[in-house]
Design a protein around this ligand. Sequence first.
Ligand SMILES: Nc1ncnc2c1ncn2[C@@H]1O[C@H](COP(=O)(O)OP(=O)(O)OP(=O)(O)O)[C@@H](O)[C@H]1O
Ligand SMILES: [Mg+2]
Length: 182
Amino acid sequence: MKELSLHILDIVQNSISAEASKIEILIVENRTENQYIITIEDNGKGMDDEVLQMVTNPFFTTRTTRNIGVGISLFKQNAEQTGGSLTIESTVGVGTKLKAIFGYDHIDRPVLGDMAGTMTLLIGANPQIRFIYNHYTALSEFEFDTDEVKEELGKVPINHPDILKALKELIFENLDLIEAGK
Ligand SMILES: Nc1ncnc2c1ncn2[C@@H]1O[C@H](COP(=O)(O)OP(=O)(O)OP(=O)(O)O)[C@@H](O)[C@H]1O
Ligand SMILES: [Mg+2]
């Protein structure tokens, strides 16, 4: 996969399938430790130990439409390619936390890509889910929570096209600012 945001989209789809009502995405850019860390946490139905053991194996899926699940194993492979790792913690009935560490400076670390587009796509299709996206760089941070947006909006739906457009711009501009260290 070419961009980290596409992996994130894919992993968040798992959380949505697991009927999560709250999904938190955290990105920490830690240049001093040479780590680019992506954490995705949900309050969905979770996985039992058997599924958890098998989940990083590319030939395992609970899907019935095709029998190869690739989302997590591909993410893991890509992280490991950069000297990093992928770990999952999950509890049935509580939720799942997936943490991928990429080597910051590694030539094979994909770029983040269109995170503003990814977030607004997710929000537009799942307006009832609370999405939290926090992104930290060494010098700056961006914190986003759809619950806060909804409070501001009052009766206006968060998936109204004009709102999604404004949110996309807001996320895009803020990510630009924190990358510049402003
Ligand atoms: N957040 C989650 N909550 C509960 N179960 C999960 C979660 N993420 C993954 N799983 C379980 O792990 C399996 C493997 O996930 P993975 O994303 O690798 O493949 P998939 O979703 O089955 O197929 P693909 O992502 O290729 O469309 C899923 O089928 C599901 O049973
Ligand atoms: Mg999947």
